[in-house]
Each structure stands twice: as C-alpha cells, then as structure tokens.
Design a protein around this ligand. Structure first.
Ligand code: NAP
Length: 308
C-alpha cells in the first residue's frame, strides 16, 4: 500500500520515549518527519497543564501516545495517579488535538476486557476491566473518543523487547539465578514485540498521510480512525512464553545452567490486581484496513533473543 511522509514542517509529538514502545517509536517514526519527544520533566503526564502547554508549544500534526502508567499491581493502591496519566492526560491530548486538527494515536490494552470470552477478542466486544489499571486505560479510550479528535487506538498485550522492564528479561535473569521458576499457565494471550508495534504504527501513519491528500487529517481520521487490536499473532500462556524463551536460550548457551520452568495456576500466584484469563486478540481489522499482520510471537521471540 502507498505511504508518504508528513507534509513539510509537520511534527510528531511522542510521549513515553523512555518506555518499551516509545523507545522503538523514536526510531521508526523518524523517517516520517520531525519527532519531538519531551522528557518527563518537560511534559509530566500526571499534570494536565503541562500536557496542554507542551502540545500548544509544539503544535504537532500527530500526537503518538505510548506513555502510560503501566504498573498494573501498584495501580490498585495508586488509582488517582493511574487515572491522571492513563485517562486525564489523554483527555487533554484529545481536546488540544481537536483544536488544532492533529491526529492522535493512542495505545491501550487487553486488560480492558475481563477475559471471560472463549474466542480471541474483537474490537466490537464488550469491555469490562477487572483491575484499576484496566479501568484507567478504558477511561482514557473513552475520554479520547469524547474529545472529538481524529484518533486511532491500538490495543496491544504482553509487550516485551530487548530493552525495558518486561517479562522476558525478568524470566531470563531469574532463570540464571534460581533452580526452578513457577509460572502461571492458565492465562492465555500473545506476547507483542515492542518493535513490531512501532513499525506497524509508522506504517499506519505513512498510509494515512498517503491517503489523506486533499482532505483535512482530522476529517479523514473520523472514517479511518477507530480501535484496532494489535497484539502478537499466535497464542500461549505466561508459562509457555517462559518455557520457550528458556529453551531457545539454552540452545544459544549450551554450557549455562537455567532454572526448570514449572506450570502453576493463577490461584497459586496471588497478585494485588486481577488479570484476565483470556487476553487473546483478533487482529483481522488491522489486516483488512492496513494490510498489517503482527508477527507471530515465536518469530519475534527469536529476533529479540538474537539481540540480547
Ligand atoms: N507493557 C505491557 O505489557 C503492555 C500491555 C498492553 C498494553 N500496553 C500499553 O502499551 C503502551 C506502551 O507500554 P510500554 O510497555 O512501552 O510502557 P513502559 O515501558 O512502562 O513505558 C511507559 C512510558 O510512560 C512514561 N510515563 C509514565 N508516567 C509518566 C508521567 N507522569 N509523565 C511522563 N511520562 C510518564 C514512562 O516514563 P519513565 O521512563 O520516566 O517512567 C515511560 O516512558 C501503554 O499505553 C501501555 O498501557 C502495555
């Protein structure tokens, strides 16, 4: 499909550039135009005035928002902060974007669902978060929709990569230190490579820029802009992910001793926040509209391990 860079002088305002997805977006968005990525000190997402002022100063054509409060368990005891970052900041992004005709790309989560469905979730399925984090992310989705800004929401799941705080890096570290690791085997989903998500986002912006010619971006996004599920293809459990990662790492390092990985149930591993048992997401809409298929988690896992 045809793609194009931003019109001359167009800027992308990127939040959360120190995070997993933001760090990758910093690279994948560069070929499209100027990327402005303020530090937390310059744009504090917990402070709506700071968000508003930064957007007014930058006057971006696109706001890309992977910045978020992502501490799922901690959110149970810090709901105000979780809502401030995940919902109120997003509301302001929407309001400001609408005022200047900018497009907003926002990231959300499988945790907006309760996990009781028996099939992979579609965008049209009913949401019912079971944690403060999930509820705060859903509030952000709704605030953005209510703002009237042209926008797209990419719901993803189980994000990991070679950098940042994530399950893969934690498991590999612990597997070197311990005799055995007990990992939950009754939550189903798919790991998503941060770089795949960032590449997809750049592709989607490029396609929108190619298609929008002659129209206002905001008007164009009212048709194209909607929610898309963008999680790794295939499915596994946290246990399956850990076991495969350690198996592949053993092949790379035959002389190293790694922990045995044992399957346990969610009940055996209590956490402050409840998590959905089914996090599987159907990516058909993203494929139909933008021709993008997210990588199978096993393929991306090999690529990430090769980078470590
Ligand atoms: N990680 C997952 O498994 C997962 C799963 C589903 C959906 N998602 C969604 O995917 C998106 C990207 O996630 P990620 O894994 O890349 O997250 P991440 O690695 O935790 O990064 C979050 C980013 O947000 C920034 N941030 C947090 N609070 C801030 C504040 N008050 N002011 C300014 N910046 C702030 C962080 O900055 P600091 O470095 O300064 O903390 C960091 O750059 C998020 O919308 C998340 O909800 C993630």
């Amino acid at each position: 499909m045809e793609r194009s860079a931003l019109p001359a002088g167009g800027r992308i305002l990127l939040t959360g550039a120190t995070g997993q997805v933001g760090g990758e977006l910093l690279e994948t968005l560069k070929p499209l135009g100027e990327v402005v990525a303020p530090s937390r000190a310059n744009m504090d997402l917990a402070n709506t005035a700071s968000v508003r002022e930064t957007i007014r100063a930058v006057r971006p054509r696109w706001i890309v928002n992977p910045g978020a409060y992502t501490a799922v368990d901690k959110a149970e005891s810090e709901p105000e902060l979780a809502y401030a970052v995940n919902a109120e900041a997003v509301r302001v992004m929407g309001q400001e974007a609408r005022a200047i005709g900018a497009g907003v790309i926002h990231f959300s989560t499988d945790y907006v669902f309760d996990g009781s469905a028996s099939a992979p979730y579609r965008e049209t399925d009913s949401t019912r978060p079971v944690s403060v984090y999930g509820a705060s992310k859903l509030a952000g989705e709704r605030a953005l929709a209510e703002s009237g800004a042209g926008h797209m929401i990419f719901r993803t799941s189980w994000v990991y990569g070679a950098r940042g705080k994530n399950f893969l890096l934690t498991i590999l570290k612990l597997a070197r230190e311990r005799e055995r690791l007990r990992v939950v085997a009754d939550q189903y989903g798919a790991p998503t490579w941060s770089r795949d998500l960032a590449r997809m986002t750049a592709e989607v912006i490029g396609q929108c820029e190619a298609d929008v010619r002659g129209f206002e971006l905001a008007t164009f996004l009212f048709d194209t802009g909607q929610t898309y599920h963008a999680a790794g293809a295939g499915e596994t459990t946290w246990y399956g992910f850990a076991a495969e990662a350690v198996r592949l790492q053993r092949e790379k390092e035959p002389g190293t001793r790694f922990a045995a990985i044992e399957a346990i149930t969610t009940l055996e591993y209590p956490t402050p926040a409840k998590r959905p048992a089914n996090s599987r997401m159907n990516g058909a809409r993203l494929m139909e509209r933008f021709g993008w298929k997210m990588m199978d988690w096993r393929d991306s896992l090999r690529e990430v391990l090769a980078e470590l």
